[in-house]
Design a protein around this ligand. Sequence first.
Ligand SMILES: Nc1ncnc2c1ncn2[C@@H]1O[C@H](COP(=O)(O)OP(=O)(O)OP(=O)(O)O)[C@@H](O)[C@H]1O
Ligand SMILES: [Mg+2]
Length: 224
Amino acid sequence: MILKAENICKSYPTSAGPLEVLRDVSLSLKEGELISVAGPSGCGKSTLLNILGTLDQPDKGTLEITGKNVALLDDESISRLRSESIGFVFQFHHLLPEFTIAENLMIPQRLLGRSEKTATDRVTELLSKVNLLPRYNHRPNAISGGERQRVAVLRALVNEPGIVLADEPTGNLDVETARQLMEMIQNLAKDFNQAFLIVTHNPDVAALCERNLTINEGTVIPAP
Ligand SMILES: Nc1ncnc2c1ncn2[C@@H]1O[C@H](COP(=O)(O)OP(=O)(O)OP(=O)(O)O)[C@@H](O)[C@H]1O
Ligand SMILES: [Mg+2]
């Protein structure tokens, strides 16, 4: 298992008292596996991804990533584990507006200490794959919403992480572009043994995943 979560609980403090969002969530992700997660707005999908991605801490439960118990690591080791092993596609793209598309894809690689040549070659390779090489020097506000979404997916993949956590990666895309993106994701999962956990409401996207899960009353269950 590349990721294993057991009995994860999470509440948010609010003025009306604690708001229980996740209750005893257990979930494992195998190398190269594609899993979809659905559930109504506000049920805790983004909360779950943040916890699995070590961006937020659970109140209870254990999380193992690449065999390491995250609770036993110091902050620096967690950051390192995150940049090496996890890629994020956020619900809203979170590209850095003051940098070009190419620079947005260079930054995570620099954080890993890759050479400029290796990093530049990787950017060119990825942008070519999704026909966005002509947008290399554009800033995020000078490309379309769907193009931003695709760049956000590429950024999650740029360091070849074993785990990609994606929050509605096809949310703003038309049917054909969504299909192309999913095809790319499937190929990567197969070729590089990358596991994907994809939050999606799109039945076509879920149909391409090996397992379909849903969040119901704070727990993760197989989708009906
Ligand atoms: N920082 C916070 N403090 C208090 N409540 C929060 C906080 N973040 C999220 N919530 C609440 O927790 C619940 C779960 O939020 P979350 O963002 O995980 O939902 P979601 O399933 O991703 O929804 P959507 O499909 O709309 O993106 C919601 O009811 C939300 O209002
Ligand atoms: Mg969400």
